[in-house]
Design a protein around this ligand. Structure first.
Ligand code: 4NP
Length: 145
């Protein structure tokens, strides 16, 4: 059974906190958290434009604070979902020896979109496009729990 899910991106201020907020709103009863592979923004709330785009859809991300992904997350969660292939490689590089925790791309849960990553809106500035994809993947994930 999947009871603890961690969403991971690079900075933990755009994609993964949005995924955390969107998935939490689906009220699946699963424990969720998010983290970034980089430590640049540790302790800060999600990026303003990401918060604004999410709030416009009813997701309040203001209480979230960035933290860095670490090897202990492999034992704290039973499913780790990466926003892109680079995040996935960074996660795998920190996997403790012998650990079997499932790590996947979040977009695996939105095959209908044809996307193999969530493009980083910090660079693309397409916050709504990222949210569209995140909502589709969150629905797909909830349906497959
Ligand atoms: P995220 O986006 O990985 O979706 O949180 C980024 C946010 C900040 C930076 C990079 C990506 N940055 O370079 O500060």
């Amino acid at each position: 059974m999947t009871s603890r899910i961690l969403f991971v991106c690079l900075g933990n201020i755009c994609r993964s906190p949005a995924a955390e907020g969107v998935f939490r709103a689906l009220d699946t009863g699963v424990e969720v958290d998010s983290a970034g592979t980089a430590g640049w923004h540790v302790g800060t709330p999600p990026y303003g434009p990401m918060q604004a785009a999410a709030l416009a859809r009813g997701y309040d991300l203001s209480m979230l604070r960035a933290r860095q992904f670490g090897s202990s997350d492999f034992t704290r969660f039973d499913l780790i979902l990466a926003m892109d292939g680079s995040n996935l490689a960074e996660i795998e590089a920190r996997r403790p020896e012998g650990n079997m925790t499932r790590v996947q791309l979040f977009t695996d849960y939105a095959p209908e979109t044809g996307m193999d990553h969530v493009p980083d809106p910090y660079y693309t500035r397409d916050f709504d496009g990222a949210l569209d994809l995140i909502e589709a993947a969150a629905r797909g994930l909830a349906a497959r729990l």
